[in-house]
Design a protein around this ligand. Structure first.
Ligand code: SF4
Ligand code: SF4
Length: 362
């Protein structure tokens, strides 16, 4: 049985967050972690102030660190941001002094090892050594909408364990097929299987997420023994069918027991009500159980594509991260839609909100 704890928490108040986390930690029987290595993996998508709700809020990170420190653990915080270094994210989030005070080592995940896995898609993955050597991986996700996966929650957050440009090459492998990318996420999840999965849903993001949407006070936190089960329950709370989130849809079609509600025990769900419904990104999903030629037709003609607006400052970040070289920077930044695979990395990483999605009808 997988367990998901939920609690209404309206503000980033240290005591409320700590009490909630402590409850779960004692439920897990984690009372003495002397000498154990705990790797904290937040959502550090890019350097940004916490108020924009792009990154896991520093108060959630601080409360988690204090708690593990009191249990005697050695703590490492690590991530491979989509843009910018983890050190810049930490600086912008004003976490540097705190991490020094609590002797938390920062890992940029650049030191990786290729490991054999029994994946549905991949047989080998490059995993950061700090993740492999940790006794506990503590996954701290942020609740946000996501152009490609509809929602980013606990499972999607683990993609940050893939270092740097390797992410780009995996996007390239998946191409336009979201189910392939979804399966890759499941392979990463299966390889890492964190036992502590925290979700910062106090202030999340809706609309044009994961970086250009509007912050929204969802007013709750969640924590679970399994990332996939946690995300399944989050969909229930948000009133989103799991078929809408590609990796949950794939998990369901593979018959994974973690998405079966009969195998998930929830505590505190009755207190959580999300109204009005979350606003989604301006994007269509395709039913990828359809024959692939129909999917391709829909992908080519009915889905939204990124378009560059006049807010563009020609900084070149999108071009650098585009896995298929679809972007050219000139007097005007242009995207070649014939080449674009709709991974939306450009939209995620543009700091000037210059990339909008446009639905294309023929
Ligand atoms: S669209 Fe954004 S990321 Fe791309 S060049 Fe313009 S400002 Fe930079
Ligand atoms: S143009 Fe943007 S959405 Fe298209 S492939 Fe490149 S990064 Fe991905």
């Amino acid at each position: 049985m997988h367990h998901v704890f939920l609690k209404r928490i309206e503000k980033y108040e240290k005591k409320l967050i700590t009490d909630f986390l402590s409850h779960f930690i004692s439920f897990q029987g984690l009372e003495n972690l002397r000498g154990e290595k705990v790797l904290i993996k937040p959502n550090f998508l890019k350097p940004s102030v916490p108020e924009r709700a792009i990154i896991t809020h520093p108060e959630v990170i601080k409360s988690t660190i204090v708690l593990f420190k009191e249990l005697g653990a050695k703590i490492i915080i690590g991530d491979s941001p989509g843009f910018g270094s983890i050190y810049k994210v930490i600086e912008k989030a004003e976490l540097s002094d705190f991490l020094k005070r609590y002797e938390v080592r920062v890992s940029d995940f650049s030191n990786t090892k290729s490991v054999k896995i029994k994946g549905y898609l991949f047989k080998e993955l490059d995993i950061p050594i700090d993740v492999l050597e940790s006794d506990y991986l503590c996954n701290i996700a942020k609740l946000k909408t996501h152009q490609m996966m509809f929602l980013t929650m606990a499972v999607k957050n683990l993609y940050g364990c893939i270092y740097g440009l390797k992410k780009v090459s995996y996007h390239l492998t998946a191409g336009r097929k979201y189910e392939v990318f979804a399966t890759l996420l499941l392979d990463i999840y299966n390889a890492l299987k964190p036992k502590i999965n925290i979700l910062d849903g106090i202030i999340g993001m809706e609309g044009n997420g994961p970086s250009s949407g509007e912050p929204r006070n969802f007013g709750f936190m969640a924590i679970g023994t399994d990332a996939l089960s946690l995300d399944t329950i989050l969909c229930k709370i948000l009133n989103v069918p799991i078929e809408q989130v590609p990796y949950l849809k794939v998990a369901n079609s593979l018959g994974l027991e973690e998405v079966n509600l009969d195998n998930i025990k929830t505590i505190g769900i009755k207190d959580i009500e999300i109204k009005p419904m979350i606003k989604f990104p301006p994007n269509y999903s395709t039913n990828f159980t359809l024959p692939s030629f129909i999917n391709d037709f829909i992908n080519n003609f009915f889905l939204s594509y990124p378009e560059v607006s006049n807010l563009c400052r020609s900084c070149g970040v999108c071009k650098k991260h585009c896995p298929v070289g679809a972007i050219t920077i000139g007097k005007k930044t242009k995207i070649n839609k014939k080449v674009c695979i709709r991974c939306f990395c450009c939209q995620e990483l543009c700091d000037f909100n210059a990339i909008k999605l446009k639905r294309r009808l023929f």
